[in-house]
Design a protein around this ligand. Sequence first.
Ligand code: 3HC
Ligand code: NAI
Length: 727
Amino acid sequence: MAEYKEIDSVAVIELKNPPANALSKALVTGLNNGVKRAIDNPRIKSIVLIGNGQHFSAGADITEFPRVADVTSKQGVSLLTVGDVIESCNKPVVSAIHGVCFGGGLEIALFSHYRLAVQSAKLGFPEVSLGILPGANGTQRLPRVVGFEVAMDMIVSGKPVSAPQALQYGILDKIVDGDLLTAAVQFAKTLNTVPHDRRLKNVPVPNSENANKHFEEKLAKIKQKQRGYIAPINCLKAVKASVDLPYSEGVTKEFQLFMELMSSAQARGQQYSFFSERAATKWYLSASKNYKVSKDIPVKTAGVIGAGTMGSGIAVSLLTSGIPVILVEQDSKNLERGIELIKSILQGGVKLKRMTQSQMNQILQILQPTTKIEDLQSVDLIIEAVFENLKLKQELFSKLDKICKRDTVLCSNTSTLDIDKIAKSTSRPEKVVGTHFFAPAHIMPLLENVYGNHTSAETIATVMKLSKKIRKIPVLVKTCHGFVANRTFFEYSQELRFVVEEGLLPNEVDDILEDFGMPMGVFKVNDLSGIDVGWRIRQEQAIANGFNLTTNTRYINGERYCAIADKIFQAGRYGRKTGKGWYQYDKPGGRVAMVDPNVNNIILNHCKELGLTRRKISTQEVIERCMFAAINEGFRCLEDGIASKPEEIDTIWLHGFGFPRYRGGPMFYASQVGLRKVYERIKYYQKHFPETSHWIASEMLQRIAESGRNVPISEWTKFNPTPTSSR
Ligand code: 3HC
Ligand code: NAI
């Protein structure tokens, strides 16, 4: 775990716990033994700590977290005990850093007396994203190096800094070129003693005059931007303790704030999210078709068809990852508009200093706009993003099939349509796949990749790899109407429209959802994605089912239907882009949503016409109805083999809909409420709303709930009554 060797008078202790040198109990014990061995050996004059493999260390081993005491307790060998041994050692200790030096890894480095790194190293405290704080004295030691304000920013945001930045802050003593170990050993040989100020606990926090002011400003920002999260607040309080208290009391305060977080439900949710988003990217169809063995086709050039809301954002995602794009529109007017859209997105990046003007110009050089679809004949992969219309998409795919080289992968950004129906229009269904981006496509991290019955493993591997290349979090699901994201979100939003029909106003519902932790209420989301888009999807689906949808529709095949959204559409309120939708906006495209009495009138008139008596609806009922409807549908996705594990559904909600990370995702939320209770409440709602089939409890949910035990999420799929896939 920690390998000990001697190079002349220098002891080298190598952290070795692949792939990320997480500081497991075994590694920490090995490190402790190594340092003690070096201390006991009179020939050794100094010590180098270095990481084996790709990284110095990714911090404490998160898989061991349930045993909280192991991380920071003074009993046994913990990070704190080994930290004390390192700091109090009379032989200089040098941390030699490459890859990442995160969390407990950076704490070890801050216990060391000197720190060197290669240019590409990254250093930081990401604990806040796990719902905790740097609990091995990181909150007390970092401020002593970088001052209150920088420490506060680094620890509260969790964002890492580059080696040059760390050098500037004083975290690093030196950046080295060439072989890190050689440079570190050479450096260590020049050291004889440990000066007093090289033990950070002896040093006061510099530049802390305005700490109170910075603290208050940061607190206000956290409350506004990270509403509901407790970890950033405790991180901030802990860093403040480094200024307000002597070191020995500061670390006690840190421990108390750390334990508060470690035992919180939020930390459980955030740590679950860390593992679920990694589990979700591991796709598996069979022993010969999975993420480990399937090879991808390299994507060197791409095509995007349709430069509207989605196509322009998709093009930007590809271009900014260095992939040249041929952008196809139906005519020059739409093409011009699309190019302007792309330029304005990139210009936004320049304004936010994410790129320079000259980088933007270089990016535009690899964009080739055209109105000729034939120009796509030799690209490696194409993403179609035209209107949500099956016939149009089939015509396009049929054309592409004739134009493109045989191994071009053909992707559709459809948000609902069956990939098999699109693939059918080609002679290469194995090359057809869904790549469902979320709006705005250049910002939202999720990419819901959708395979059909004929999609090959090579095609899947290609889009999964491409997703990572363009910095997205990919989740693979199977085709069906709406896939996982829209299928579950549909039930969630449908239930909320019923709530509006029964008694609450859109802004009242949105307030409840935002208090629950959603970044935006559902009606604001509808306004953002376009009331017309939702209307078109409903119409398409009705037509596909041979049904004529009107604003008088109350039932579709015996299923309750709420036509209020259609009435909003009929009133010409298409959402933010037209300056009015469920809300009134300050201007077309504006962001300031205001309650509009006209919308309330549409709702109240709708209820009057139908003779519906409105009632008060509690917050609990709103949350239960929307969440449990989505959760029940999530279980059905598992039953149908559309999703293969609950972690996929949770990752989709976290990164596609901004579900609060501290709640883990809807399926994890269900596990916290208790599946027995979820099941009972679903049965209750079914009794009250028999004309809504999403209240018929999933059989899988029923089986788990009735099993009489608390089944962990990892075992839920064992209760699937109809396993349809080998995944
Ligand atoms: N503990 C346990 N496992 C870890 C880990 C950690 N700290 N960091 C990474 N891993 C595991 C991942 O789960 C994954 O396992 P898998 O292959 O079985 O899925 C594997 O290492 C590789 O990780 P990634 O897939 O994320 O690989 P990347 O190359 O994309 O990223 C990384 C590597 C940058 C190290 C990233 O994994 C990361 O950011 N890790 C988390 C770092 C973190 O949050 N550290 C703080 C820990 S808390 C702490 O230190 C508390 C202390 O203050 C007391
Ligand atoms: P949009 O209406 O903004 O853009 C569609 C573009 O396609 C238009 O610019 C149009 O001129 C162009 N187009 C139409 N026919 C064409 C053809 N034959 N050749 C070339 N270009 C053609 O639509 P939007 O919102 O970008 O949606 C596109 C697709 O993405 C749809 O399938 C939609 O369901 C899906 N989607 C939409 C999301 C959203 O929030 N808007 C989210 C996720 C998916």
